[in-house]
Write a protein that binds this ligand. Structure first.
Ligand code: ATP
Length: 287
């Protein structure tokens, strides 16, 4: 499902003294099956963009299209219920939304809500655990008996069980240990390779550089740059002006360049950095 924003604006608490113009004249397109990251400093409007795509709020100006669904300020949010079925929203600290007595009941909640019968909902709950790499034995447990990382996985499984075409991720790995962090990002990458469109809000520039096809930069409610990660992270002065960090591998590659190593190709993760350094050493050996 393609996503198109045309002159989108959003204000909180409109027509009150507390009106907050969170987004202004936002224009972008997100291709079906792509991985887009949205970055920008605190309060720049990233989460508001995700809420608009999910049809949780309607724009106060302009219009947007998500697949066949078109909406503007005249649209009734109730009409977007079917759209929300096709989108999975993984909120920050998603595990805080687990509320049932058992993992199984929690996982069955979504399908039962979308009129799937008990038996199929149970079967789907069992199957989805494999996707998030958890054993079936957790089904009988209370979410409170699980570790933080496992609880996050159950919350994500509860979203994936509805087989969404678009995944909205709001800081999906925040607070996780490095191992769980890596494994979850690998899962999102795999889902993306299975044609799911991913839109991720993140403050983690390593993930943004490594996984995205496209990066959207917001600043105080305005879109100020939209480009590939290679282009975004090659512009250090721009990143500094936005208080955005360089990904570790790119920062390291820049230090190596200062020491005289020729690293001309764009580098976005450890793997590419290792290959580029190896190539330089092989070239030097030949000389
Ligand atoms: N429910 C709300 N009522 C009023 N203002 C809000 C509300 N939610 C967000 N805002 C304001 O809208 C602006 C954009 O907020 P948003 O949460 O989209 O930014 P963000 O880039 O996701 O921030 P963060 O990185 O801190 O999560 C901010 O000025 C914020 O204070």
């Amino acid at each position: 499902m393609e996503i198109i924003f045309k002159h989108v604006a959003y204000s909180y608490q409109t027509h009150t003294p507390f009106q907050n113009n969170a987004l202004e004249d936002i224009n972008f397109e997100i291709a079906s099956g792509s991985f887009t990251s949205i970055i920008g400093s605190t309060g720049s409007g990233k989460s508001t963009v995700l809420q608009l795509i999910d049809g949780l709020i309607e724009p106060t100006g302009g219009s947007l299209a998500v697949g066949d669904y078109y909406f503007d300020q005249m649209t009734h949010l109730k009409k977007l219920k079917n759209l929300r079925q096709k989108i999975g929203f993984i909120f920050q600290f998603a595990e805080n939304q687990l509320f049932e007595e058992t993992v199984e009941k929690d996982l069955m909640f979504g399908p039962l809500n979308f009129a799937v019968d008990q038996q199929h909902a149970k079967e789907n709950a069992r199957k989805i655990l494999a996707v998030v790499d958890l054993p079936e034995s957790v089904l009988r447990l209370s979410p409170l008996d699980l570790s933080g990382g496992q609880r996050r996985r159950i919350a994500i499984a509860g979203v994936l069980i509805n087989d969404p075409q678009i995944l909205l991720l709001d800081e999906p790995t925040v607070g996780l240990d490095p191992e769980n962090h890596l494994e979850l990002m690998a899962l999102f990458k795999k889902l993306n390779q299975q044609e799911k469109t991913i839109i991720m809000v993140s403050h983690d520039m390593n993930d943004v550089a490594k996984y995205s096809d496209q990066v959207i930069v917001l600043n105080q409610g305005k879109l100020i740059k939209k480009a590939s990660p290679e282009i975004i992270f090659a512009d250090e002065p721009f990143l500094k002006s936005q208080q955005l960090a360089l990904p570790d591998t790119i920062a390291f590659a820049n230090e190596l360049k200062k020491l005289g190593l020729k690293l001309d190709e764009p580098i976005k993760d450890e793997q590419e950095l290792i290959l580029a350094i190896r190539k330089q050493f092989l070239l030097r050996k030949k000389i």
